[in-house]
Design a protein around this ligand. Structure first.
Ligand code: C5P
Length: 447
């Protein structure tokens, strides 16, 4: 899928120029995905459009479905962020003109006439997440938008793309909105250690996770004691304390790889306070997945009323996740060679199938390279999430597998090599399961 052979930078500059021209006297409809990358992409775009004094409206959606595309107005400029690369054929079929797409999901169809797209898939694959791309695009619209960098970083972290953050803007380290430290990646790194060690299960520390006495023991053993009744946070530890605590964790869980638990901690200033980006991302996801993307946007816009609401929603979301994980651990599974399918039907929310699949695929429960599929009902549809366990794909591409299945069964799909999703009609559930298993078995024979 080649696109004019231009670099990503050239593509951003060209598209931004065209966007400025086309939006001179037209209203804009911004449509973005509901996860951290989509919410931060939308926030950057909202702030940039306000600066340009444009008239616009915003819709945040959990997936881009054909029925929704059919309802889109033809008189507005439509800008999709963090979605639509997998729906180019449907956009073309609906004859939408003056569409802009800024997205990083894989592209498999031709770009229809009337659509301008910025997507590293054409030139520098896996370079930036959508928030990174939207940030670079908005900086091109108006250089003052460089002050939105922290939102781009947050989006990149939400999509696990820390590796290329430094390529967004070489000057960002001077920015006091952003602070990067090396340390134990147990979040939130800004809260007292006793609390986070007890409640955080990534990494799972035997005898410590969920055990308040074990927490005090490991901290004492690492030479970390409370001061005025309060424990330090990870970012307040001295180098020696951090080293000793890391050793104690690894002694309790010898399977832990040091590179997995030590890394960059990204602190971003929100509401005049440095916050752990991973915790902010978890809060945004929680809000959206419980149907409150408005609060997620409010949080990114730093609206004071959104913060408390987001914290309450996050606490409620964690309860949903715990009961969801409890359900899938006991649920009947379809296990084949190199894949596991868990059809939770009505027992978990469709908006957490992805998170549950991600947690299972990152746990040591399944062998590296196993394909984890989770399914749940919503309305008259089934939401499906697919994840590759561990870090190796064995040459299999989940987006391609899902697309092959959807081409036969019908529905919407999209994603990447290691994580993809789709939606099918409930009436096609049996057929979907049958075609999916057939495709997973074929893929297994190929490797
Ligand atoms: O929904 P889920 O978290 O399982 O999605 C995995 C990946 O696939 C995400 O990056 C999501 O944006 C993408 N996806 C998509 N189109 C769909 C479903 C998922 O692009 N219909």
């Amino acid at each position: 899928m080649e696109k004019e052979g231009i670099s990503l930078k050239e593509s951003i500059a060209k598209t931004a120029k065209s966007f400025l021209k086309k939006t001179e006297s037209r209203d804009i409809l911004l449509i973005s995905h509901f996860d951290t990358d989509g919410i931060t992409s939308a926030t950057v775009m909202i702030k940039a459009l306000k600066r340009l004094d444009k008239r616009f409206s915003v819709k945040i959606i959990k997936s881009l479905e054909e029925k929704f595309i059919e309802t889109l107005p033809k008189d507005k400029i439509i800008i999709f962020t963090d979605l639509a690369s997998g729906s180019l054929d449907i956009i073309g079929k609906n004859n939408l003109q003056d569409v802009f797409i800024i997205d990083h999901h894989e592209v498999s169809k031709e770009v229809p006439i009337g659509v301008e797209i910025v997507n590293p898939w054409f030139n520098e694959k896996e370079k930036f997440s959508s928030a990174g791309l939207v940030y670079l695009f908005c900086k091109e619209l108006d250089s003052r938008n460089k002050d939105l960098l922290k939102l781009a970083i947050l989006g990149m972290i939400g999509d696990f793309m820390e590796g290329t953050i430094k390529e967004l803007d070489l000057d960002f380290l001077k920015d006091d909105d952003v602070n990067i430290k090396q340390g134990l990646m147990i979040y939130p790194s800004t809260r007292p250690l006793n609390r986070i060690l007890e409640y955080n299960s990534n990494p799972f520390i035997p005898g410590v996770t969920g055990n308040s006495k074990g927490v005090i023991d490991i901290l004492r053993e690492s030479g970390i004691n409370p001061e005025n009744g309060k424990y330090k946070s990870i970012i307040e530890l001295t180098e020696e304390e951090m080293r000793k605590l890391t050793t104690s964790i690894m002694l309790r869980n010898p399977k832990t790889n040091e590179n997995d638990i030590i890394g960059n901690i990204y602190l971003l200033k929100f509401f005049s306070k440095l916050e752990d980006a991973r915790e902010m991302s978890a809060m945004i996801n929680a809000c959206s997945r419980l149907g409150r993307s408005d609060t997620a946007i409010g949080l990114c816009m730093e609206l004071s009323e959104a913060k408390k609401k987001a914290e309450e929603i996050h606490a409620r979301y964690k309860q949903h996740l715990i009961s969801g994980l409890d359900f899938v651990s006991k649920a009947e599974k379809i296990e084949g060679k190199g894949f596991v399918i868990i059809n939770a039907k009505d027992n978990i929310m469709d908006t957490i199938t992805g998170t549950i699949a991600s947690i299972l695929s990152n746990s040591s429960l399944y062998q590296e390279g196993t394909i984890m599929i989770t399914m749940a009902y919503y309305e008259d549809k089934v939401k499906v999430s697919a994840r590759m366990c561990g870090r190796v794909s064995n040459g299999r591409n989940l987006r391609e597998i899902m697309e092959n299945v959807i081409n036969e069964v019908g529905g919407e799909t999209g994603g990447h090599e290691m994580a993809a999703g789709c939606i099918v009609k409930k009436e096609n559930e049996e057929k979907f399961l049958e075609v999916l298993q057939k495709n997973l078995e074929i893929e297994m024979v190929k490797i």
